[in-house]
Design a protein around this ligand. Sequence first.
Ligand SMILES: NC(=O)c1ccc[n+]([C@@H]2O[C@H](COP(=O)([O-])OP(=O)(O)OC[C@H]3O[C@@H](n4cnc5c(N)ncnc54)[C@H](OP(=O)(O)O)[C@@H]3O)[C@@H](O)[C@H]2O)c1
Length: 346
Amino acid sequence: MSKTPSPSGSQAHAPRRGLAAFAIGLGGLLQLGGALAETTPRPDWSHADIPAQDGRIFLVTGGTSGMGYEDAKALAGAGAQVVIAARNPERGRDAIARIRQAHPNAEVRFEAVDLADLDSVRALGERLSASLPRLDGLINNAAIMAPPERTVSADGLEAQLATNYIGHFALTAQLLPLLRRSDAPRVVTLSSIAAARGRIDFDDLQAERAYDPYAQYAQSKLACLMFAFELQRRSDAAGWGIASFAAHPGVAVTELVRRGPGLDSAFGRDWARDREDYHSAADGAIPTLYAATAAEAQPGRYYGPTGDDEHRGPLGLARVPEAARDQDAAARLWEASERLAGVAFR
Ligand SMILES: NC(=O)c1ccc[n+]([C@@H]2O[C@H](COP(=O)([O-])OP(=O)(O)OC[C@H]3O[C@@H](n4cnc5c(N)ncnc54)[C@H](OP(=O)(O)O)[C@@H]3O)[C@@H](O)[C@H]2O)c1
């Protein structure tokens, strides 16, 4: 989520779309020195391009609103079996009813989980391991943003780090055996353009000394991005067979601001004033859906919109903040996360 207002007007996208299409034609599938070059996604890749997902099983965290709901709806519409995991069963029922209105045969169900409670995450992992034959896709999407006051999770961790990052770290570890039963498992973890302002404060990960709601959100989203890359490296090294992706939606109209800083905060008022400039949750879901389903998506990459300073527009490779390229920091964060979450990946 950005604090920077977006320039308005759809014409702002036109030159970038042209450039991106040119870049694909030129460099899309070049082999450089034997290694596979980065492949730029087709900039107009969209819902209609989702390949059939019949027989594939996905878990979407935070699928009761915003992008997670759009992910669940699109995946179910493409034939996948979808499990939505979030806190509120009533919102779960409502999401399922709306998905079934669009896709009457949708195979979708709700599982309650509070990502800010490691016992709840463990219990979800156990229920899914007992009820599913395998997991083909995990979408680590749920989040909260910038609650004005510092609050802590059931385990005493700062709430944004706990919900957005540590809960997903624990969930992914818990589900690794189930993912490994798939012949092509994918994990997509949601970051944000806010990650570019993030810093992993190893001396005060929980913001116990000083709490800045936006800095803490940015840290949690940088941690998600570093996790997505580190998961790919660890999977490659250990032979887990996981394809790990990061994605961000740009800026999309969802529940995140209303339920975080609030619409009557300074941030919320700016956001409400500029909301015409943001795109829909359905469009914000495209980078995630590409990572989760496209045959040509490349493991270890970060996808997002490329227009209006990455706020919306054509799909492409997202800019990776310098801090997310630091592999020593990523390894250190992984080890700290194993301790905080009380899990190990095996
Ligand atoms: N909107 C944007 O412009 C924007 C920009 C950059 C990145 N993102 C990222 O996009 C992702 C989706 O956000 P959104 O904008 O779609 O937000 P949203 O509409 O507020 O949806 C958030 C979802 O997370 C769930 N959730 C929140 N806390 C939870 C917890 N403790 N345990 C389980 N589920 C929890 C909520 O469900 P319940 O309340 O039912 O539990 C809800 O389904 C997030 O990762 C966010 O950081 C959004």
